[in-house]
Design a protein around this ligand. Structure first.
Ligand code: DX5
Ligand code: ZN
Length: 228
């Protein structure tokens, strides 16, 4: 597999100190974050509640960095405009959360925002091909969505390989494959080897004061794929 895409690191704000959201966003940017990953949960699609458009807008005011909004909510179509207005650069919806996948992906792109589609670990790869042409990013969840600090599910590695292979076959080499959940140096290396190029990490990056070193090490994965 010959991956020409750069390694992109997106710290997940979910693991930051919510009492200092703007400062935490700046800390991640200063440490070399390419994007900030913002987890939006509705208490229904997943059993947790996090942030809404107001928090996204506050982070957008604090920094110019690319904001990667991950919607873990039902009926995402109804909320796209509000997250666009809040400053999202990409919006990822869940395959499992709506019947209107194509319509919602199209609408996100119509708003001049990158469109992403996320798949839970249990969801079969057979549903991925249909939507690839409508996506700028495919998010292959490496934990069950809802909470930070969980263990990486290694069975997803096959799904990453399948998706990257499919992208190459369909000449969609520029499509981002993102992994999210349980990402650290070791699991990032495994996911990179399988074909992922965008790494979301919360607990691993925010847990100490080594964020810059950790991001630099993750980025050094680029060019290290053994099968290149
Ligand atoms: C989980 C969220 C993740 C979460 C990852 O549903 O989508 O973005 O913040 O957290 P860690 O890196 O701690 O597994
Ligand atoms: Zn996420």
């Amino acid at each position: 597999m010959n991956l020409k895409l750069p390694v992109v690191v997106a710290p997940s704000i979910l693991a930051s100190d919510f009492g200092h959201l703007a400062d935490e966003a700046l800390r991640a940017v200063d440490a070399g974050a390419d994007r900030l990953h913002l987890d939006v949960m509705d208490g229904h699609f997943v059993r947790n509640l996090t942030m809404g458009p107001a928090a996204v807008a506050a982070i957008n005011r604090a920094t110019d960095v690319y904001l990667d909004v991950h919607l873990m909510i039902y009926s995402p179509f109804d909320y796209i405009e509000r997250f666009v207005e809040a400053g999202a650069d990409s919006i990822t919806i869940h395959f499992e959360a709506t019947e209107n996948i194509s319509e919602t992906l199209d609408y996100i792109r119509k708003c001049n925002v990158k469109a992403g589609l996320a798949f839970c670990p249990e969801t079969s790869v057979e549903f991925i091909p249909k939507y690839l042409h409508q996506c700028d990013l495919i998010l292959l969840m490496t934990v069950d969505p809802g909470f930070g600090g969980q263990q990486f599910i290694s069975e997803v590695l096959d799904k990453i390989e399948f998706t990257r292979h499919l992208c190459n076959t369909l000449h969609l080499e520029g499509l981002d494959i993102q992994v999210d959940g349980g990402i650290n140096q070791e699991t990032a290396a495994l996911a990179y080897e399988a074909g992922a190029n965008v790494f979301v990490a919360g607990t691993y990056l925010f847990s100490d004061n080594q964020m810059a070193e950790k991001i630099a090490r993750m980025k050094s994965l680029a060019g290290k794929r053994s099968r290149d």
